[in-house]
Design a protein around this ligand. Sequence first.
Ligand code: IMP
Ligand code: MG
Length: 367
Amino acid sequence: MQIHDKFFVPFLSEDQILAAVKKVADNIAEDFKNETPIFVGVLNGSFMFVSDFLKAYQHPCEVTFVKMSSYEGLTSTGIVETLLDVSENIEGKSVIILEDIIDSGRTLKHLIHMFSNINVKEFKVASLFYKSEVYRGEYPIDYFGIDIPDKFIVGYGLDYNELGRNFREVYQLKQPDMINLVLFGKPGAGKGTQAEFLKEKYNLKHISTGDVFRYNIKNNTDLGLLAKSYIDNGDLVPDEVTIKMLQEEVTKNVAASGFIFDGFPRTTVQAEALDAFLMTKNMKINATIALEANDEVLIQRLLERGKLSGRSDDQDEDKIRNRFDEYNQKTAPLKNYYQEQGKFHSVDGIGAIDDVTARLAKVIETL
Ligand code: IMP
Ligand code: MG
């Protein structure tokens, strides 16, 4: 469901909400049924909660409202304004605040301050929803309905820029899906260059398998030492060691909006291992993009690069052709693997860097 520019998914049903309201009412009744407390609803968000709460609280009580505002869009502005002050004479009464939601606790702090110079009998706070993970206040919440994770919600009085208050259920902001890409291309096709642009543009983490290997070996990590033991014996590093290194990279970068895998997978077996690992993280490859370029163009590029960098494998045309052959042999089956899943895309890698980036972006934006 869309509200303004954002998408929301169902989070709590009407029944779940009403059960939570009843729980709060029952808990408060246990403590206050023998007196006449005054409930203070915090507008606007709490109007539905207060209404259902009072239907569930069938004991003597009074009710009034205050109005505050601190939210702009999805985040608290930090500035809490009092728009409607306590009007009733509440001196000497037991005051119970009814909040729809407690998030950072700034609004609550302001409320507590508001009541601090009034001589009340007792002061309690009840909130239907409570984001305990992000609550920064010192005041312990006396009663709450449901402890919810730190995700923006709408419905049942709560709004996103004033819309959504009238929903009977509560919806949660849908996190934008991750974009996980595999970048293919022969040596010289521009994978590294394009990965730099894509990672900026889409907040992705670029995982270059070569870099990850060099990092682990250079820093003598457990996996680096293990990999080195194979290399020193002239053996290929087993896939599971490589996969473990990649797993660590993914786990270290959980906040990324996605990953660009570069240099891995190189075989179908590796692609299967990568899929299996991503599945355990609730992730998947969204697209595999091959940067295509004519061999003769690439050879010229690599020879140029070899002159500048001094990399010996970039200076010998035969060696370059061998690397191309290897790519052709191994990537062909991989292409089928991803094509069967409808994830394979091919992009012309010849032209100005900007133009190639634009072609890649066009593919990514269809995902
Ligand atoms: P706090 O001051 O950060 O505790 O935020 C409290 C106020 O922010 C609430 O009374 C709501 O108006 C608003 N708010 C906090 N979290 C959400 C949410 O997830 N959805 C909608 N409004 C929210
Ligand atoms: Mg609000």
